[in-house]
Design a protein around this ligand. Structure first.
Ligand code: ATP
Ligand code: ZN
Length: 286
């Protein structure tokens, strides 16, 4: 039988959509039925397992799955024999300490002697130790935010993205314990055939990530401006320059980084560029 790389992703929840899109944008074709527990890609040697995110680090350690996509928070909490293979830049959130809004927060020492409810006992224990704090831990697996309101704990440590859940439970965020994003985790020492498949997949993922961070840009510009424009948007090697029918003008094509996009546009206009078009890039291979 041909070797398959087994990838574990979350069956349903906040990581699911991003994980599926990542694999699909990398060109993998597979069916994704609602009750399906595993599926095989039709055009790439991978098998996809749909699991609870909390179980994924263990499956990877046990080599039931070769790699998995989880939040960095879960990777850190589980303390399994896994390594981060790639950061994925989605499902960004933070793990934070929150306390009732009515409390006056006096700094980290506030936590001394308090009880903290969390689904992340290892991370909280390490945080307390690092800050020389002594507090009780109450491990619960869900709906952590209601713990202070029902008298189960004085504070919580949980995942936050906008803070609206905290607010609606009368809590306020007082300390960020860690920042998190989705990551690919793997076990060390994959067999060579699987490593080869993984390298191929990572190459595709990188092409997708680079494309997301860049835009294809084309514009008309007076020939005198070409040099200045090239200095601010050099593109992948150098811009493509095509003469226009109108003498003294060219069409210039290049690639621009999403992050300083608006600043570059302003500069281009000041150099005399006109008719600027900006187009998304689907894949980008340097
Ligand atoms: P499961 O049923 O698989 O155990 P879950 O309830 O533990 O799911 P989710 O709420 O789906 O998990 O969150 C999965 C991961 O997504 C979290 O571990 C975290 O990394 C990330 N995450 C959680 N909440 C948010 C959020 N509000 N915004 C962005 N990412 C988030
Ligand atoms: Zn979970």
């Amino acid at each position: 039988m041909n070797t398959l790389l087994r990838i574990a992703i979350q069956k349903s929840g906040r990581l699911q959509e991003g994980s599926l899109s990542l694999l699909q944008e990398s060109g993998l074709l597979f069916s994704n039925g609602k009750d399906q527990l595993k599926t095989q890609a039709r055009n790439f040697p991978v098998e996809i397992l749909f699991l609870r995110d909390d179980d994924i680090p263990q499956y990877v350690e046990d080599k039931v799955a070769d790699i998995g996509i989880v939040g960095e928070n879960v990777f850190t909490e589980k303390q399994k024999q896994n390594t981060i293979v790639k950061r994925l830049d989605f499902a960004r959130c933070r793990l934070s300490m929150a306390i009732p809004r009515s409390e006056t927060y006096t700094g980290l020492s506030w936590f001394n002697g308090k009880n903290i409810a969390t689904s992340y006992p290892n991370i909280v224990t390490a945080f307390l130790k690092k800050n020389n704090l002594t507090a009780g831990l109450h491990e619960i697996s869900g709906s952590v935010e209601i713990a202070p309101g029902i008298g189960l704990a004085d504070a919580i440590c949980d995942v936050v993205s906008t803070g609206s859940t905290l607010l609606s439970n009368g809590l306020k965020e007082v300390e960020v314990v860690m920042n998190s994003e989705a990551v690919i985790i793997g076990s060390a020492n994959l067999e060579a055939a699987k490593q080869q498949i993984l390298d191929k997949l990572l190459f595709r993922i990188e092409a997708v990530q680079k494309a997301k961070n860049n835009k294809y840009i084309l514009m008309n510009c007076p020939n005198e401006a070409i040099e200045k424009i090239t200095s601010i948007i050099p593109g992948m090697k150098s811009p493509t320059i095509i003469p226009l029918g109108k003498p003294g003008w060219s069409s210039l094509h290049s690639v621009v980084d999403e992050n300083d996009f608006w600043e570059k546009i302003d500069q281009l206009k000041s150099f005399g560029a006109q008719g600027i078009l900006v187009i998304p890039i689907e894949k980008m291979i340097l």
